[in-house]
Design a protein around this ligand. Structure first.
Ligand SMILES: [Zn+2]
Length: 305
């Protein structure tokens, strides 16, 4: 958090100017979609990942996890979203999902997990050190928070929930299962549906920041939605990074929502040699990869998806 203050100052100094220029452009171009303040920036997302990683490993139930969750709520508020918490317990450990909502109408969930794995047990097993999770966790958090600042939708007819899951990543450690946080959150969604809320889709971003990026179709994802998203990536010139063939089938945070019958997609790049090692650090992710993932989701959503 050492240079956070400097970054915040810089942002405040330049944002009004950028906003003024964007407003001017809007007049000339005559907006065909509700005005977004600017488009998704990989550099901004990378800076968010860097700041988030200052909390260190964010193992469920720890002080660092709690503080990281507070920071996420602060970022959501600053970007004009309404934060809310989903709190519970799993294996005698507090599980706190953080969410932010905006708009009205059918709800689309964008998700990522913010916890990190308690043990770096790849490739040799053991539990000497936790995983920092620059790609496995922070990359998705950073993309969601940058989308919070840049998404321009018709908020009178569209509602988005940005959901940051806890307790995703301790699977197979001391009897823990994977995705405990999203299973907990899905109970809330089930109840909201029973009360009349409509959920249109769930899109998960996990491990999307690898500098060597290849994102394949994931086998448990909704075929129609994943085709749409990968076609959007192709139209943006990202066809070499979003590959429309199925490679992995994942147990990930989209599963509890798919099981509720909500069309769900996991955008994940599982070809990552640093997965669950102490090497999953900031230098392994890139601005370009974050930008490709974020821009794709942004353009897909702003195109009326
Ligand atoms: Zn993981």
């Amino acid at each position: 958090m050492v240079d956070g203050g400097i970054r915040i100052l810089r942002r405040f100094r330049f944002r009004p100017l950028i906003g003024f220029l964007a407003a001017g452009l809007g007049v000339f171009l005559g907006g065909c979609a509700p005005a977004a303040p600017r488009s998704f920036s990989g550099a901004e997302a990378y800076a968010l990942a860097q700041e988030f990683l200052e909390f260190g490993p964010r193992v469920s139930g720890t002080e660092a996890n709690r503080r990281a969750g507070e920071w996420i709520q602060g970022q959501l508020k600053e970007a004009g979203w309404d934060p809310f918490l989903d709190e519970g317990e799993y294996m005698n450990t507090p599980v706190r999902n953080i969410a932010g909502r905006k708009g009205g109408g059918p709800i689309l969930i964008l998700g990522a997990h913010y916890d990190s794995r308690r043990c770096a047990d790849q490739p040799q097993g053991g539990c000497a050190e936790p995983v920092l999770g620059a790609n496995d966790g922070a990359s998705g958090v950073a993309v969601l928070l940058e989308l919070a600042r840049t998404l321009g939708l018709d908020w009178n007819t569209r509602q988005v929930w940005l959901v940051f899951f806890d307790a995703e990543d301790n699977g197979r450690l001391d009897g823990w299962d994977w995705i405990a946080g999203s299973r907990q959150f899905a109970l809330r969604v089930r109840d909201a549906r029973a009360a009349g809320d409509e959920f249109s889709a769930m899109i998960l971003l996990d491990m999307i920041g690898d500098a060597d990026q290849q994102i394949y179709f994931e086998g448990n994802s909704d075929p129609v939605l994943r085709e749409e998203i990968w076609s959007t990536a192709e139209s943006l010139g990202f066809g070499a990074f979003f590959l429309p063939t199925q490679k992995f089938t994942m147990l990930d945070d989209h599963i509890p929502f798919r099981d509720l019958g909500i069309p769900s997609v996991d955008i994940i790049d599982f070809d990552y040699p640093h997965w669950h090692t102490t090497g999953d650090t900031l230098d392994k992710i890139s601005e370009e990869s974050l930008e490709r993932a974020g821009r794709t989701v942004e353009v897909w959503l702003e195109g009326g998806a």
